[in-house]
Design a protein around this ligand. Structure first.
Ligand SMILES: Nc1ncnc2c1ncn2[C@@H]1O[C@H](COP(=O)(O)OP(=O)(O)OP(=O)(O)O)[C@@H](O)[C@H]1O
Length: 254
């Protein structure tokens, strides 16, 4: 397995947002995390990406204990996450958004940038090439020079994907990729997620749209009130009694 989480707990005051969860992300698969509102999904993601420190428990990535590593160190090891599209620079072009995102994670320092050293120029060129490569991958080459403000919501989602992919990750954490887009557009994003896995990446995603999860996920973990209540294939999860109860009679996962 690529990532393993052992007895992970996150407490906010008296609230156990994530409670004693053990979970593995399988390499080369689409691993989904679902659960009703407030179940602890975002908190769990924030623990994996390094935004939050767990109250207890451990996180192992490629056999290495990363529990205490900050987010940027985890990114360097190959864990990338997408942010909401509201994090994009609306008044900048698509390519600039990807380049800026990439540059924030590359090594040349401010000193290099001001003096425009050779290393800085080399990195700049590499960032640009990388940006074009990932824009091609997500299908946005034709709008590379357009301002993000003029894109559709679905295209903005693709930019968010491109930002994550620019860091050459092994594990991509997708936070509600299909939120706020229509069913037709959802299909395009599903195809893109499948393409990422076919290209050798491992995906872990949170998503409310059950039709999408049931279609593309290989494995699903279900959280409820911070606890893992079920885990398995879409078929297993769909028929799990505890899951049906958690979703108020099962209408949400029908
Ligand atoms: N920074 C925080 N401080 C205090 N409580 C928090 C914090 N972040 C989350 N919580 C609480 O932890 C619980 C889990 O929240 P979380 O956002 O992880 O759930 P979620 O499953 O992602 O929900 P949703 O599907 O609505 O986004 C909730 O009760 C929430 O109010």
């Amino acid at each position: 397995m690529l990532l393993h989480v052992e007895r992970l707990t996150k407490r906010f005051g008296g609230l156990l947002a994530v409670n004693d969860v053990t979970f593995s992300v399988e390499q080369g698969k689409i691993n989904a995390i679902i659960g009703p509102n407030g179940a602890g999904k975002s908190t769990f993601f924030n623990l994996i990406s390094g935004l939050y420190r767990p109250t207890s428990g451990t996180i192992t990535f490629k056999g290495r204990d990363i529990t205490r590593l900050p987010a940027n160190e985890r990114a360097k090891l190959g864990i990338a996450r997408t942010f909401q599209t509201t994090h994009l620079f609306e008044q900048s072009t698509v390519i600039d958004n990807v380049i800026i995102g990439h540059r924030l994670r590359t090594s040349s320092n401010l000193f290099d940038a001001i003096l425009r050293t050779k290393r800085h120029r080399r990195e700049e060129q590499a960032c640009k090439e990388k940006a074009m490569e990932v824009l091609d991958f997500v299908g946005l080459t034709h709008v590379a020079d357009r301002m993000v403000a003029n894109l559709s919501q679905e295209q903005k989602k693709r930019v968010a994907f491109a930002l994550a992919l620019a860091t050459d990750p092994e594990l991509v954490l997708l936070d509600e990729p299909a939120a706020g887009i229509n069913p037709d557009e959802t299909e395009g994003l599903e195809e893109l997620i499948v393409k990422m896995v076919e290209g050798g990446l491992t995906v872990c995603l949170i998503e409310h749209k059950m039709s999408m999860i049931m279609k593309i996920a290989d494995r699903i973990m279900v959280l409820n009130y911070g606890e893992k209540i079920a885990e398995g294939t879409p078929e297993e999860v769909r028929n799990n009694e505890a899951v049906i109860q958690a979703y108020l009679g099962g209408s949400a996962i029908a």
